[in-house]
Design a protein around this ligand. Sequence first.
Ligand SMILES: Cc1cc2nc3c(=O)[nH]c(=O)nc-3n(C[C@H](O)[C@H](O)[C@H](O)COP(=O)(O)OP(=O)(O)OC[C@H]3O[C@@H](n4cnc5c(N)ncnc54)[C@H](O)[C@@H]3O)c2cc1C
Length: 489
Amino acid sequence: MSKTAAVVGSGLGGLAAAIRLKAKGYDVDIFEALDQPGGRASVFKKDGFTFDAGPTVITAPYLVAELFELAGKDMRDYIEMIPVDPFYRVVYSDGSQFDYVGDEERILKEIEKISPQDVEGYKKLAKQAEKIFKVGYSELVDHPFEKFTDMLKIAPKMIQLKNYKSVYSLVSDYIKDERLRQAFSFQPLLIGGNPFDSTSIYLLIHWLERKWGVFYPKGGTTHMVHALVQLFKDMGGRIHLNSPVEEILIDAHTVKGVKVNGESHLCDAVVCNSDPSFTYMNMIAPEWRKKHTDKRIKKLKPSMSLFVSYFGTKKKYDDIAHHTILLGPRYRGLLDDIFHKYTLPDDFSLYLHAPAKSDPDMAPEGKEAFYVLSPVPNQYSKADWKTLGPLYQEKILKALDSSYLPGLLDNLELAFFITPDYFEKNLRSVAGSAFGLEPVLRQSAYFRYHNRSEDINNLFFVGASTHPGAGIPGVLNSAKVLEKVLNER
Ligand SMILES: Cc1cc2nc3c(=O)[nH]c(=O)nc-3n(C[C@H](O)[C@H](O)[C@H](O)COP(=O)(O)OP(=O)(O)OC[C@H]3O[C@@H](n4cnc5c(N)ncnc54)[C@H](O)[C@@H]3O)c2cc1C
């Protein structure tokens, strides 16, 4: 008889874990609390517009291809990965622009336009990013970090690579122009980190993007999610939507199953893709938690949150990039307000998603679907988003109207938004964090949630707050680590 497993949550980490378990011969049920799969990568559809709710920048697509290969399939038969060029357009408050691209010759020309004196520095920075990638990615992301000695083994190499410096600080060792320092250091924000606090190991993102490129799956990230769900079902897996897991059933420190909608579902292993902090504190009785007590969990630092406004326009905007980063006048100060002071600043830096540049089918003919995202403090700010939300959306759309998207307000067909409340209530994320635990050194690798519970036998974790961390490559790699720690007790 095959072993049975329940996966709690169908985020990308949960889907990848379920597919990997199926390939290992498990009989697998996914229980998803919401009415659609994908978690942060879900979709909002309105009046003919399709809005990816969350991730839009697809990197390391080999991690998705591997899942199809496990079932003897070819990803290309399911998903068309369209290369995005430029990867990002960075627009500064002084009106200057920088196209962040993968090709070395082109990126050097872009740097020269902004600051000729930084061309040589960038070449050295890129070499350093490659070195960090070789250790930080190749030796870390899909390896379990269960023992402190695992950490000690890699520590000398990490120190040599200056992991004690922040991303911004290491970038500043090579680049003098403040605008370029920002362009090469904002990447930790994509996984919930403050460039001034995240260890410089995260500079590996720069090399990862250059090595494998940046992609957009035709039909949106939601198309990729549904292709993975289809793959899982074709392998014989079952997914249950509208099925919140209320409790992890445990006896003698060993998992027995899960309780869903008041009913017990028994199984040999449980893999939680739900937020581990929420799961331990709300779904596992304290008597089974020696290590993960509420007191200990409350000391962990959740990442920042996001405000995202989704909007459709009656016309198309031709001269914009697929991914635009609109940096405001303040960088360190803005991040300090969000990450340390937990206050909502008056100013903002934005990320604008304009998928029509790669895929016109996301909006009705002649119209365009967008989302604009602003990093905001998590719920430690105690902001009243019910009141603030509509005002904040108005402020952001007005700012776009008067700068990057002229005439936006006159051409707006629809607009709606999500706030930290969405992450806290809908996605059950502690403090409404958008990316799980903040990626700082003291919450990385061994110090992050382990993929195998230290307290309970046959209980496992995948997803953003587990090793190696947030972002699509992170959570897909967490499912690879799961495979390595799966030897059940
Ligand atoms: C707006 C936004 C933009 C982003 N952009 C990018 C990007 O461009 N590129 C990138 O790589 N990353 C990006 N990220 C990060 C990336 O989306 C996430 O790190 C990743 O998708 C998280 O996956 P996960 O496996 O942790 O699961 P999640 O997406 O967190 O899903 C967890 C699932 O578990 C379910 N669940 C929770 N509790 C229960 C329960 N008790 N019972 C049943 N189900 C439960 C939830 O409903 C949810 O569906 C972005 C994130 C956000 C929010």
